[in-house]
Each structure stands twice: as C-alpha cells, then as structure tokens.
Design a protein around this ligand. Structure first.
Ligand code: NAD
Length: 291
C-alpha cells in the first residue's frame, strides 16, 4: 500500500504536532476534532483540510490520537468514521488505549474489511514536534511494513511488538515504569532538600549516577523546579495509563506489588486535580500528600 491520503482525528497536545510532521512530509492530510476551533487552527497553520465523509472514502489511512479507548471506539464505530472508509484502508490508533479492547476493535474492523494497527507513542510533546517519538506497534507485520514510512514521519524508533493490542500493552507498562520512577525521584528530591542538598544539585547527582531517568533528565529542572509544570501531558491521562497497566496485570493473573502501591498513590493524587493539571505537578502534590 502506498500511503498518500491520511485522516487524523484528535488534534490535542500530541495530535497537533504529529499532524505537522505528516503534512510536512507531503501527505494529503484531513483532520477532525470534537473542538472545531482546533480543526480551524490546524487547517490555518498546515497544509490540511477538514475531514469530511467524502474525503474519508478515499483515505489510505485513518489515524486516531484521542484520550482513551471509549472515545476511540465511539469515534470509529458510533460516529461512523470506520463505515465511511473503503475496505482495504488502514486504521492506526496512536492513542494510549486499552490492549484487550484494541484486540476486539481490530476484529470488528477486520469484519468490515479494514486493517488495524495500534501504534501508541512515547516521548511527549517535544519529541512529537521533532518527529523523534518512540512508536510501539501492534498488529500484522505486513500492515506495519506498509505504515512504516508514515510512522517514520513522526517517530525515530519504530518498534514492532506483536499482534494487535501488543503496542498498547507495552505502552501501559512503559508508563507504569515511568510514573513510579517519577514518584520516587520526586520523593528523593524532597528528602534531599530537607537534609540541605539543593534540589538542582540532587538532580545533577541523579543525572550523573545510576538513579538517572527520563524524569531526572527531562522533567525535573525543566518543568518541576522551574515551576512551569508545562510538559503537555496531564496527570489524569497518566492515571488512565496506570489503570490500563493495572488491568493488564490482572488479565494475565500477575499480582503487582510495587506497581500496585504506585498506581494507588497516583490515583489518590489524581482524584483531587483538574483535567488540565500537568503530570509534573506530582512534584508539588506528592509533597503535600505526604504531610
Ligand atoms: P489532549 O487532551 O491534549 O488531546 C485530545 C484531543 O482529542 C483534544 O483535542 C480533544 O478535543 C479531542 N477529542 C476528545 N474527544 C473527542 C471526540 N469524541 N471526537 C473527536 N475529538 C475528540 O490529549 P493528548 O495529550 O494529545 O493525548 C492523546 C493521547 O496520547 C492520550 O491517549 C494520551 O494518553 C497519549 N499520550 C500523550 C502524551 C503527552 O505527552 N501528552 C504522550 C504520549 C501519549
């Protein structure tokens, strides 16, 4: 399949820069979002047009970058975007969705003659802008091979994980590690401060030592100590990812121990925040929670 015409639904913090990469690579791009202002903004900025029923019929690929599985299913199945595609087209869900539901979605779409890949991403807004995301792909190898040039417009590491749902499973587990790592990093910073070690010094220690992580390298000084809390990934979306990881462990009969404590702690903090609270605010909120 030679992918030229691409539809993209979900123009949020991640979807918007990913669309810029796709349009920049010369694909014909059609976009949609529940918020008409976002469609207008993207069509004003990029070489892109609003996704219509007529445009959907000619798409090679329809991509979704939406908050969760329920919304992905509602957009594709209830709102009818899947029915508007021509059999043979490929649906790529790049949202961080639920692996078991993704497997079912793949089967439902196959019944309509459509191909499916789950291809969630890791790396955040900055790497979405640079086109250097990690993309974790689940589905058939042949579809992955066909989609690779499109995925390479957005990502640097394109990893084929396994059958449909595997990309979403791998993404949830990655975020379990990332969130638990973030919380222990934050706790170490608070303890260091009370002992009299400046937090930026402690961050340098971590970055030069074995406690180094994506949080210590790319989040602590940039978004936590600076007080900007502007990474572009909400605390509640991470909470959703942790619920997915918890359910995934349950579905394979594995009892989480450290992970369960991390998930519970994140849930407790997430209950009290707004949908737009950035996940890096955990630095401030975990400290209050501990008092
Ligand atoms: P976001 O909330 O910024 O954007 C979501 C977009 O979807 C919004 O523009 C919203 O209007 C639109 N939308 C919601 N419901 C819709 C519907 N029914 N129909 C059409 N559009 C609808 O979220 P985001 O941060 O871009 O995240 C999107 C997905 O990517 C999530 O699954 C998230 O977990 C994942 N993710 C986010 C990041 C990050 O750093 N922000 C990184 C990796 C993965």
């Amino acid at each position: 399949m030679n992918i030229q015409k691409v539809g993209f639904i979900g123009l949020g913090m991640m979807g918007a820069p990913m669309c810029a990469r796709i349009a920049g690579a010369g694909h014909t791009l059609y976009v949609a979002d529940a918020d008409p202002a976002r469609v207008e903004e993207i069509c004003g900025k990029l070489s892109a047009a609003p996704l219509t029923e007529a445009a959907a019929k000619d798409l090679d690929v329809l991509t979704t970058m939406l908050p969760n599985s329920s919304i992905v299913e509602s957009v594709l199945l209830d709102e009818g975007w899947a029915d508007r595609l021509t059999p043979g087209a490929l649906v790529i869900d790049m949202s961080s969705s639920e692996p078991v539901r993704s497997r079912e979605l793949a089967e439902t779409l196959a019944g309509r003659g459509l191909h499916y890949l789950d291809a969630p991403v890791s790396g955040g807004v900055k790497r979405a802008e640079n086109g250097t995301l990690a993309i974790l792909v689940g589905g058939e190898q042949a579809e992955m091979d066909a989609a690779r040039p499109l995925l390479e417009t957005m990502g640097q590491s394109i990893l084929f994980i396994g059958p449909a749902g595997s990309g979403h499973a791998a993404k949830a587990l990655n975020n379990l590690v990332s969130a638990c790592g973030l919380m222990i990093t934050v706790e170490a910073l608070h303890v260091a401060k009370r002992f009299g070690i400046a937090e930026d010094v402690m961050t340098d220690v971590l970055n030069a030592s074995s406690g180094r992580s994506n949080t210590s390298e790319n989040k602590v000084k940039q978004f936590m100590l600076s007080g900007t809390f502007g990474s572009g990934f909400s605390l509640k979306l991470m909470d959703k990812d942790l619920s997915i990881a918890g359910k995934l462990a349950e579905s394979v009969g594995y009892t989480l121990s450290f992970g369960a404590y991390g998930i519970d702690t994140w849930h407790r903090v997430a209950e009290g925040v707004s949908p737009t609270t950035d996940h890096t605010e955990m630095y401030r909120l975990l400290s209050e929670d501990a008092q």
